[in-house]
Write a protein of this length. Structure first.
Ligand code: NOJ
Length: 510
């Protein structure tokens, strides 16, 4: 197991939006390189870079036309190498986005597969047998190529699914087993992509839709054949690149059983992350709704089950947000964000901070869709560095997306303000680093009920959180000598009735 992951704090960068060094309105590698010190100053020691490959950008770069080249939009091959090398020199690891399940419809391998003659790529993608076939349960795209058949897609119609085969073959006229020679060739091709970027200096991958490889493979918590493939890939990594990590977009403990080092707990209805901060989407109250109505018991129960299922073999990856999800601001205030981040990142798992969340950048509602971002577009606006043109992101007259120039929500302003979210988070990550309990010890929930204070233990540390705008007491007896070592808002105090937790506060006791 790669040791560095244990103490990793990740910073997610959407390259279009982070920093534009050449004034063309898009972020680029040189821009990222110039801002590595900002990432380091936050206390992050690893980066997850969203897709950097050559792409027509019909889905923010998750549609790759050349897996072995960087996008010219982000700079040259040399700029990419400089970025990785500079990050390493500063003690920052870099994981890249790996998109194993589908390519761009403009990928030359796909175009070759779309020719109506048998060739070396004929079975690299999944095609039905005839141009009038629309198999139930699949999304098949018809009428775009001369091959007599329709291709299956994983996401948008511009993203044809690579052929890793089927677990249960229900129609052998067009479905192949995941053990077929063609499916095995796709798997070997994927390994070659991974080796290429690992040899180039990458420290691992965030794996897009990791559970999507094999078709007819049961539900998300099973996926036996897809899991078999990932275990095979993990074996390759352990043998050839023992320090490399793979973090999956899967959102199930099955991912760790499949060989991933960590797995994102994503915003899925009813899971602990959703119940903590995003339950409104399903007509409920989040735990962090300051007016109450949350469900701490369900959060504690769900988190404990998930954690117990993975803890000896991998990590849960906990996110402030990501490029697919509305940012938590403006739905929560800055004070609430402090509580939310510290709660998430004192639970067992690997923290992932989405760029801009450290200054409380807002989700921009009703933003016109760009590059098929749709509702996600409002979460991908340019990083806000200062109050200059385009918030200091770019000198261009037109940028990838308009920047939100805000007097307070920018790095320069918050650097100067001791009480800013940015400085608060810097202090928090320093504290987190100094206490091994957060990475070395287990989790035990001591009290979890409705919107009452959530109290949990990490080794010798006890954390008490109150999300409400009123003081609350948790019936938990602390050790007599317990002292507060970190607090958000006013410190909680032990009393004969339990821990008295001030409104909207979090305290860590030792
Ligand atoms: C998940 C990615 O996070 C998202 O941005 C992308 O559109 C889909 N997978 C398809 O690759």
């Amino acid at each position: 197991m790669s040791v560095w992951l244990k103490s990793a704090v990740f910073y997610e960068i959407y390259p279009n939006s982070f920093m534009d060094s050449d004034g063309d309105g898009y972020g680029d590698f040189k821009g990222i390189t110039s801002r590595l010190d900002h990432i380091k100053s936050l206390g992050a020691n690893a980066i997850w870079l969203n897709p950097h490959y050559r792409s027509p950008f019909m889905d923010g770069g998750y549609d790759i036309s050349d897996y072995f080249k960087v996008s010219e939009r982000f700079g040259t091959e040399a700029d990419f190498d400089e970025f990785i090398n500079t990050a390493h020199a500063k003690g920052i690891k870099v994981i890249l986005d790996l998109v194993p399940g589908h390519t761009s419809e403009q990928n030359p391998d796909f175009l070759r597969s779309a020719e109506n003659t048998r060739n070396d790529m004929y079975d690299r993608f999944i095609w039905t047998n005839g141009e009038w076939d629309f198999p139930q349960g699949y999304r098949a795209v018809a009428g775009r190529h001369n091959r007599k058949g329709n291709y299956i897609v994983n996401f948008f119609s511009t993203q044809p699914a690579l052929n890793y085969g089927f677990n249960e073959v229900t129609d052998p006229s067009w479905q192949m087993s995941y053990k077929s020679e063609s499916a095995l060739k796709t798997r070997e091709w994927l390994k070659s992509v991974m080796r290429f970027w690992l040899d180039r200096g990458a420290d691992g991958f965030r794996v897009d839709m990791a559970d999507s490889l094999v078709k007819n493979d049961g539900d998300r918590d099973e996926k036996p054949a897809t899991s078999e493939i990932w275990r095979d890939i993990r074996k390759m990594l352990d043998e050839e690149y023992p320090d490399a990590v793979i973090v999956s977009e899967w959102s199930s403990p099955q991912s760790i059983r499949a060989g991933f080092h960590a797995d994102f707990m994503l915003d899925h209805h009813g899971n602990p992350y959703n119940l903590l901060v995003r339950a409104e989407e399903c007509g409920k109250h989040s735990y962090f709704d300051k007016n109450g109505g949350g469900d701490a018991a369900a959060i504690a129960d769900g988190f404990t089950k998930w954690y117990d299922a993975v803890k000896n073999n991998g990590y849960i990856a906990l996110i402030s947000c990501n490029h697919d999800t509305p940012r938590l601001a403006p739905y929560y205030t800055e004070d609430q964000l402090k509580l939310i981040y510290t709660t998430l990142f004192t639970l067992p798992g690997v923290p992932f901070v989405y760029y801009g969340d450290e200054i409380g950048m807002k989700y921009v509602k009703d933003m016109p869709s760009v590059e098929c971002g749709f509702a996600r577009t409002g979460t991908r606006t340019p990083m806000q560095w200062n109050t200059d043109k385009n918030a200091g992101f770019s000198s261009a007259d037109t940028t990838f997306l308009p920047a939100d120039v805000d007097k307070r929500i920018n790095v320069a302003a918050q650097e100067k303000d001791k009480k800013s979210l940015l400085n608060f988070l810097r202090g928090f990550f320093q504290f987190r680093r100094s206490r091994k309990e957060f990475t070395d010890t287990d989790l035990e929930f001591l009290y979890a009920k409705g919107s009452e204070p959530l109290v949990y233990r990490r080794g010798g540390l006890t954390v008490a959180v109150n999300p409400l705008a009123v003081k609350q007491t948790a019936p938990v007896a602390l050790r007599p000598k317990a002292k507060a070592v970190f607090a958000v808002g006013k410190e909680a105090k032990p009393s004969k009735d339990g821990i008295v937790v001030p409104p909207m506060s979090l305290t860590v006791f030792e």
